[in-house]
Design a binder for this molecule. Structure first.
Ligand SMILES: [Zn+2]
Length: 275
């Protein structure tokens, strides 16, 4: 991936597009082989452009790219998955845009990050097939784990004591659940119901489809959205600690089970929480 040949091919997901000049666009592509990068698509907004329609945000594409002096240039683009159903539904499109933005914020330019890429592909695929907001919760939970910020859900994030099965404080700055004794030490947090704790634990080993198939009521859904938001925000605020992050990525690459496609559900045999 570091060879300096004059062009390369990769598949990727278009995260963002900015239009420049009369007919050009700069696209941020999160690619399988080259990591995340920006490249220009010349003339892509002209009606006769062959790349038009392929280089759209949220589309999974196969591209050919020529290295440029400052910015690389897309020379070919072909859709792999257009995610048409997802784009036709405002709620699911917004969920996908949110996941794309998180992927953008959690990745480093030009570093291959296959586990995150595969996670995003799975989530978009699920949303395109009609998955609910639970797909975005699944994305947050697994994105944190892949990047070295796995939510602490079995033991107290402060003192590491095993937690009893009861409603528990979840704290973003602490990175997970916090026991009663440590509550004063947690700078902020919210109380999470036993049901929500069980769903989060289940999500770690479930496939995205198993997780999306859980039937959660609105209260529980709101609770999970708030809790995962609390966990994601401090990571974004403190900027990614590159060393910790790179170590985590290296470990993730060695453990294929981290990709939700390859989770061995028979191994942990997760029991869905009662709704
Ligand atoms: Zn504690």
């Amino acid at each position: 991936m570091t060879d300096r040949s004059r062009s390369y091919s990769t598949e990727g997901i278009v995260l963002r597009r900015r239009n420049i000049g009369e007919a050009d666009s700069i696209l941020t592509l999160f690619s399988l082989h080259e990591g995340k990068f920006d490249a220009v698509a010349r003339g892509v907004r002209k009606a006769k452009s062959r790349m038009r329609g392929h280089l759209e945000p949220l589309t999974r594409v196969q591209v050919h790219v020529a290295r440029g002096r400052s910015l690389d240039v897309f020379t070919q683009a072909e859709t792999i998955e257009a995610h048409r159903a997802l784009k036709a539904d405002l709620e699911r499109m917004n969920l996908a845009l949110y996941c794309a933005e998180l992927a953008d914020r959690f990745t480093i330019d030009r570093v291959e990050q296959r586990p995150i890429y595969e996670l995003l592909v799975d989530v978009f695929h699920a949303l395109d097939g009609g998955a609910s907001a639970q797909a975005a919760r699944y994305f947050e939970l697994h994105l944190l784990a892949i990047t070295g910020y796995e939510a602490q859900l079995d033991a107290c994030a402060v003192c590491r004591q095993k937690l009893p099965e009861e409603e528990t404080l979840i704290s973003g700055p602490a990175g997970g659940l916090v026991c009663r004794a440590c509550r004063p030490a947690a700078s902020s947090g919210r109380i999470l119901s036993v049901r929500a704790v069980k769903v989060l634990r289940y999500g770690r080993t479930a496939t995205i489809h198993q997780f999306d198939n859980l039937r959660l009521d609105d209260t529980l859904e709101r609770e999970l959205r708030a809790a995962l938001g609390d966990l994601v925000r401090p990571v974004l605020d403190r900027e990614l600690n590159t060393t910790r992050y790179m170590d985590a990525l290296e470990r993730a690459d060695r453990i294929p089970a981290l990709s939700p496609n390859h989770v061995q559900s028979d191994q942990s045999n997760p029991v869905p929480p009662e709704p």
